[in-house]
Design a binder for this molecule. Structure first.
Ligand SMILES: [Zn+2]
Length: 654
């Protein structure tokens, strides 16, 4: 959660952490579960012998015998869990959370070396500092800084922040002179975001300067293997082939790319450099309009190559090359896409960025955790065909047909949990003269406007399963202020009433509707978003979904899952009549309480023996009744097949 209160180059500013809380409905339920189950469960993993996050610190501090366990970036993922706990504390003010964090921070401080260095694996295994970027030293630093800044802002305490400052001072000392041998350093560069946040928190300009150096370093070195790069592909994989300001295409590892862009957006918010935002706008267009899935997910492949022929992992392929069953779509990448969009929302003040934040949050992020809050997906494909993986040999811990209670590469679970924990802070922004409503759901905003006056607004809604949203102003200064309401790009026919009257306000999907007036306590705004069932098609250049459709209702993407099909029908056999009549049915007992879509689909047994066969193979068509469930809720009824897109059978040609 960034603090853009004093950032000179933003239009919409972040609200202080904890000023908005969910009160009822979808996100309130998720937050409650985050507080009661997700964070405590994850804590038991990370503080215990399975997750081993705290053990690594204890061993490095000399408090425990043992070996480092987990990947090199495990410290950073532990910091993310701590950050999630701070967001929950900002809402519930449960002092036991802080006490626990204090105990952990005491251990972390013991591990930190006198010069500020901190990385448990490298310290335990006596590896040279900054000797190889595969150790993710800066990834860990970045999460340390972000988490520490959030902790300081919420609690006023310095015990986390001081560790971050000491570490960042070391980074400044080493990297500010830009020594050639360190120019290619930084693998997954969350340190850029972290450094800007540390600048915002301390106002020490060196951290902003250093963040900019990490951007400027890219594209300056010859792309060849050397001892510091061993372990991972080089070049586009790590954003080092082309200087960011000249880049035209999103390439490489999707998380690395989007953390890098998000960090650059943070730098722009402070410096206002045109070349930087022009590059980020180009990259946004490439990511969100040419390489993004209908769920908001990004990162089409586990393994592949960039268009400039560098090997890549877990990353972007060509524009419109969108495999469904083998899509990688790491939960972290999807979240990073939302983080990048949240930053551009602040910079440009346009609602399209919040549309994507919501799309990600409700679909490709949330699918990363099971409905019980205790198991996780790392990769999030849009189709799962039973047996297909038999033809692949990934032998990797990150792709699994069902969610896992622990993933050895533990970056995604705490990233998702901290996102759920902080999401209420994304629901609103401050404008120069009022507030913007970015996300919907029952909540209460109690904040100060940019002039320091008190402002309280409540939102009541059963969104996303219903489209009626009611806002009530509880407290507002006497002079007029503006309230901007996001009208999602899918919301054709949205209606807006102020105190029951239309007031002639322009309501345009894909924009913010602006209501500027003197508000009195008790004034209401009613926003009615049409939650029609909509069949979605892809761009014709996406070969993988030619003549197929996905189903959306408002922001929710639906899918077909095998528990909703007869035993003898596979998802690959199911076709969608183009005039399908899907009935919404609210089912409070199913999958945590969802709205399903029921209707008749066409089924025809598809041959699966030969590579190619006759189209006219004599297989009969039949009609069956089935139902669709929200994509985020799939894989909670045992191992299953699933598909988001289905082939269309056109009922008419008009
Ligand atoms: Zn991840």
């Amino acid at each position: 959660m960034i603090d853009t209160t004093n950032s000179p180059h933003v239009k919409l500013r972040s609200i202080p952490i904890g000023d908005c809380r969910w009160t009822e409905g979808f996100w309130a339920d998720k937050f409650q579960q985050c507080q009661d189950v997700m964070i405590p469960y994850m804590g038991s993993l990370l503080k215990g012998d399975i997750g081993h996050g705290l053990n690594n610190f204890k061993i490095a501090a000399g408090m425990m015998e043992g070996k480092h366990q987990g990947f090199a970036w495990h410290d950073g993922d532990f910091f993310k869990w701590m950050e999630a706990a701070v967001y929950v504390y900002s809402i519930n003010r449960d002092s036991s959370i802080l006490e626990e964090l204090d105990e952990i921070l005491e251990i972390v401080a013991k591990v930190q070396e006198d010069d500020g260095y901190l990385h448990t694996q490298i310290q335990i295994e006596n590896i040279g500092h900054f000797s190889n970027r595969k150790y993710h030293e800066m990834y860990n630093c970045g999460h340390l800084y972000t988490s520490a800044c959030v902790h300081h802002r919420v609690t006023g305490k310095r015990n986390f922040l001081d560790i971050a400052i000491k570490n960042a001072d070391l980074l400044y000392k080493l990297f500010q002179p830009r020594p050639k041998e360190l120019c290619r350093f930084g693998f997954n560069q969350s340190q850029i975001m972290g450094l800007v946040e540390l600048y915002r928190t301390t106002r020490d300009k060196r951290y902003l300067e250093l963040a900019e150096i990490f951007i400027n370093n890219r594209g300056q070195s010859e792309v060849v293997d050397d001892p510091s790069t061993e372990g991972y592909p080089i070049g586009d994989m790590v954003q080092e082939r082309v200087p960011l300001r000249e880049e035209t295409e999103a390439v490489g590892h999707a998380v690395l790319a989007l953390y890098y862009y998000a960090g650059a957006a943070d730098v722009f918010a402070e410096t206002g450099e045109k070349a930087l935002i022009d590059a980020l706008d180009r990259l946004w267009h490439n990511v969100c309009e040419q390489k993004m899935y209908v769920t908001g997910a990004v990162g089409q492949a586990h393994f592949g190559a960039s268009t400039r022929r560098d090997k890549i992992e877990e990353g972007f392929l060509d524009a419109y090359l969108m495999p469904m069953a083998t899509a990688y779509n790491e939960t972290c990448a999807n979240i990073a896409n939302a983080m990048f969009n949240f930053r551009l929302l602040g910079i440009h003040g346009q609602s399209k960025y919040a549309d994507i934040m919501e799309l990600v949050a409700m679909n490709s992020a949330l699918v990363g955790i099971g409905l019980g809050g205790k198991d996780y997906f790392y990769a999030n494909p849009l189709r799962l065909n039973r047996g297909q993986r038999d033809y692949q040999d990934h032998r990797d811990c990150t792709e699994s047909p069902i969610r896992e209670p622990y993933i050895e590469c533990f970056c995604c679970p705490p990233n998702l949990v901290r996102t759920i924990a902080k999401l209420s802070n994304w629901a609103y922004s401050l404008t120069d003269n009022g507030v913007a409503v970015n996300l919907f759901g029952g909540n209460r905003l109690e904040t100060k406007l940019t002039d320091g006056s008190d402002f309280t607004l409540t939102q009541q809604s059963a969104y996303p399963f219903e489209g009626a949203i009611r806002f009530t102003v509880e407290k507002c200064r006497q002079r007029p202020i503006e309230i901007l309401l996001r009208i999602p790009d899918w919301a054709d026919g949205a209606k807006l009433l102020v105190n029951g009257s239309p007031m002639g306000i322009n309501v345009e999907p894909g924009s913010f509707s602006k209501i500027e007036r003197s508000w009195e306590s008790g004034d209401t705004i009613e926003l009615n978003l049409p939650m029609d069932v909509t069949l979605m098609k892809g761009h014709p250049l996406i070969e993988e979904v030619r003549n197929q459709a996905a189903i959306k209702v408002g922001p929710l993407v639906y899918c077909l899952e095998s528990p909703d099909l007869p035993d003898d029908v596979r998802t690959l056999d199911v076709h969608l009549p183009s005039d399908i009549d899907l009935k919404k049915e609210s089912d409070p007992e199913l999958l945590g309480g969802i709205t399903t879509l029921s209707g008749e689909v066409l089924v025809r047994s598809e041959q699966r023996q030969q590579m190619y066969g006759r189209l006219h193979d004599g297989q009969p068509w039949r009609t069956i009744q089935t139902r669709f469930v929200p994509y985020f809720a799939w894989s909670n009824r045992g191992e299953a097949e699933m598909t988001v897109f289905l082939p269309i059978v056109w009922s008419q040609r008009t």
